[in-house]
Design a protein. Structure first.
Length: 142
């Protein structure tokens, strides 16, 4: 099964990037989540940011995506991630959900930390340099 996810990049005035981490994991990822059946990308993005941070998205621009195939907890997973540059109503990092925490990373820290999906992280770092829409594809597991 292939899952479709929408994720958002949020930058504060210091140029730091908002990332999150499940409390039970040792890696980070970009805020957002699954697109539910029949839901538009924007509706999913707005819903996820409302649920996770209780913020409203004021503006969203598509910046890229990735095809990410991996194994987690002995299960094959396949994600299509669609990435948006966001302006939100209020910059905050306090989670509304018990299972995740949010953090602000400098671009240098973002480069050094384990942030999944890796292709999306690489695409974002390139986007910061050239502002060109990107697509990152990974090799299959087979």
């Amino acid at each position: 099964m292939t899952e479709v996810l929408v994720r958002g990049i949020v930058e504060n005035k210091k140029g730091e990037i908002l990332v999150c981490r499940k409390k039970t994991k040792n890696y980070y990822f970009f805020p957002g989540g699954h697109v539910e059946f029949g839901e538009s990308n924007m509706k999913a993005l707005k819903r996820e940011f409302k649920e996770e941070l209780n913020v409203e998205i004021e503006k969203a621009s598509f910046i890229g995506g990735s095809n990410h195939v991996f194994i987690e907890e002995n299960k094959k997973r396949h994600e299509i991630n669609l990435f948006y540059n966001l302006e939100i109503s209020e910059l905050k990092s306090e989670s509304c959900e018990d299972h995740i925490d949010f953090f602000w990373f400098t671009k240098d820290k973002l480069k050094k930390e384990t942030v999944f999906p890796e292709p999306l992280k690489q695409g974002l770092l390139e986007w910061f340099e050239d502002q060109k829409v990107f697509w990152k594809d990974e090799k299959n597991l087979e």
